[in-house]
Design a protein around this ligand. Structure first.
Ligand code: M6R
Length: 608
């Protein structure tokens, strides 16, 4: 998805903007551009392709402005091209704009502007914005008022940065349903769609709410509500360090993030652990009176975050005895779900900015449900929108394929389930105590499971040329299979499916032929024999079998067995996923693919 960066300060803006854009490359994009205010007006440089193309444009050396805006574009309206790349000028070259999001009524606005004598040079929805600003500026002679009137006309989502030739010390921003943060430092201030873009300049951030505006100069940031009343906002300090957004010696961010899991899970556990060993969720003021009125928990998310929800469904249902449904946000929001004030809705999102998840959250609130957000990014939209917010401490996740966010999400969901179970008193205390002990053992066991890397790599080298790979599992192992399959397809481009093992003979087994790879996961002793039988059924039909397990098996029955540490089955997704992350990684590496930035994918999906 698009990325934006902005700078106002004493320094030359272009290197800072380019550096910021390169930190946002992980979001996915197809063109890049910057605009700075120079002594003779605004200068725009942009091109199709990578940020490095932009950096190498000859005129880059000749721009020296200290105020500027920058953008990486992920094409929605109009093909990737220089003309469609941002920034965009208004017709008089007085205003330049970059924009994230989608202007749904741009055709109508374009028509209106054309009728008023404006011309368009791109196919983008964005180009209406600088021209509308110009149109309203002609009437009001005030940039902020012109921007507000423009936003009044826009339907859809936007994070807008605007500069004006004749206010060379200012940068204007507006936001609705698209991420934007404002970083502050001494004599310089920053705008970005994501914290990593400017983390090496500041750790202090303001978070803009929807329909708020800000005017930045090098010395201050002024905030306004939609009526243009000046408002105050609090600064939040981020504890991510700069190394967390570098590869730090690893070949890829994904590999680094896989290896960070013992630490990110440890930090996530510690964030909710009191000195006495009890869990501290006091900020989520959910008490017994409320919990006993709840007849359903919904967990809503997308992609890997949704798999984290599926992996936690079992611990919530078994320990709390509350029926729990997990849904993908893009379906949930349109299916008129049965929600009322007896429903608790939990939204999971690494970025905290996923458009479908935000929409589902808003819908749940409208229907009267209490809402809890689990995100990895402090101050993100989902965090602010939900009634209560719980952070995971995975640190910035840069690789498009989510790894450490997933294990942190399942960890915190499990702790929340244990906490609810303790409040409700519906579960045997000994069972709870054992799971709590197992939670504490997670970081060490994760370190241990990282030791499977080499054996998994050996398997990857044998199967990387395959066209189809199947993942199967029963009970808790089914969502692990789904997540393993998603990892594989998104970075290796191998077709892959995950099935509940018992479903195989209802159709998918027809796809099994000589040498088809089937990966089985066995982490629940109760289901072991049935799961083994399902694997035997595919072996009989010629399948090559790979097993990920924490059980004692007769290894001779299978082609490859990866042994992982024993743990309560509720927590096994956190361990069992690691070899599957390695498998996807090493297969993609063997195929020479860009592991961190797989084709067609964006890290943060901020449009529907
Ligand atoms: O930021 P979110 O957790 O809301 O993102 C949800 C999905 O887009 C994300 O998990 C996606 O599926 C990943 N690429 C999976 O690796």
């Amino acid at each position: 998805m698009c990325g934006i960066v902005g700078y106002v300060g004493n320094k030359k803006a272009s290197p800072i903007l380019i550096n910021g854009l390169s930190k946002l490359e992980y979001r996915g994009y197809d063109s890049a551009g910057i605009a700075t205010i120079e002594s003779d007006g605004i200068k725009i440089l942009k091109d199709k392709g990578r940020v490095s193309n932009l950096e190498n444009i000859k005129e880059m050396a000749s721009i020296s402005g200290t105020v500027g805006i920058a953008h990486t574009r992920w094409a929605t309206h109009g093909k990737p091209s220089k003309e469609n790349a941002h920034p965009h000028f208004d017709n008089s070259n007085l205003f330049a704009v970059v924009h994230n999001g989608i202007i749904e009524n741009y055709n109508e606005l374009r028509e209106f502007l054309i009728n008023n004598g404006y011309k368009f040079y791109s196919q983008t929805d964005t180009e209406v914005i600088p021209n509308l600003v110009h149109f309203y500026f002609e009437q009001t002679n005030d940039v902020l008022t012109a921007l507000k009137k423009t936003c009044n006309d826009l339907k859809g989502s936007y994070a807008i940065e605007l500069i004006y030739k004749h206010t060379p010390n200012n940068l204007y921003v507006a936001k609705k349903d698209s991420p934007m943060v404002i970083g502050v430092s001494e004599n310089e201030n920053f705008v970005a769609s994501d914290i990593p873009a400017v983390l090496n300049y500041t750790k202090k951030f303001y978070f803009l709410k929807d329909k708020e505006f800000a005017v930045l100069s090098k010395d201050e940031v002024k905030f306004y509500d939609f009526e243009l009343n000046q408002i105050q906002k609090d600064i939040k300090e981020i504890d991510w360090d700069e190394n967390s957004v570098t590869k730090n010696g690893y070949d890829d961010f994904m590999l680094k993030e896989i290896y960070e899991q013992p630490d990110s899970v440890r930090k996530t556990i510690n964030s909710r652990l009191s000195d006495t060993g009890s869990y501290d969720f006091k900020d989520i003021s959910i008490d017994k009176d409320y919990l006993t009125t709840i007849n359903k928990i919904y967990i809503i998310a997308c992609g890997t975050a949704m798999h984290a929800g599926l992996s936690a469904k079992s611990i919530i249902e078994k320990l709390c005895k509350i029926s729990t449904e997990v849904d993908v946000a893009s379906e949930f929001r349109y299916r008129e779900p049965l929600i009322d004030n007896h429903t608790l809705c939990i939204f999971i999102s690494q970025s905290g900015e996923t458009a479908d998840t935000i929409a589902a959250l808003k819908l749940s609130k409208e229907c009267g449900a209490k809402t809890i957000a689990i995100t990895n990014v402090i101050g993100s939209s989902i965090t602010r929108e939900a009634d209560y917010s719980i952070l995971t401490y995975a640190g910035p996740e840069i690789a498009v394929a989510s790894t450490k966010a997933y294990t942190a999400q399942v960890t915190i969901l499990s702790m929340l389930a244990i906490n609810f179970a303790e409040i409700l008193g519906r579960c045997d205390e000994k069972v709870l105590e054992k799971v709590k002990q197992d939670v504490l053992s997670l970081p060490t066991k994760l370190e241990n499971v990282l030791g499977t890397a080499n054996s998994v790599k050996d398997i990857a080298l044998k199967i990387y040329n395959e066209h189809d790979i199947f993942f199967i599992g029963r009970g808790i192992d089914h969502p692990i299979a789904m997540e393993g399959s998603l990892k594989l397809k998104e970075i290796s481009y191998i077709h892959s499916d995950a099935y509940a093992s018992g479903e195989l003979k209802h159709g998918p087994i027809a796809l099994i032929e000589d040498n088809t790879t089937v990966i089985s996961i066995y982490t629940d002793a109760k289901l072991l024999q049935k799961s083994i039988s399902n694997t035997q059924e595919v072996i009989t039909r010629g399948a090559k079998s790979i097993v990920i397990t924490n059980q004692n098996l007769d290894n001779n029955k299978f082609d490859y067995v990866i042994q992982i540490p024993e743990i309560s089955e509720f927590l096994s997704p956190i361990l069992a996923i690691v070899p599957l992350q390695f498998l996807a990684y090493y297969i993609a590496k063997q195929k020479n693919l860009d592991v961190d930035k797989p084709r067609n994918l964006a890290k943060s999906v901020t449009v529907e």
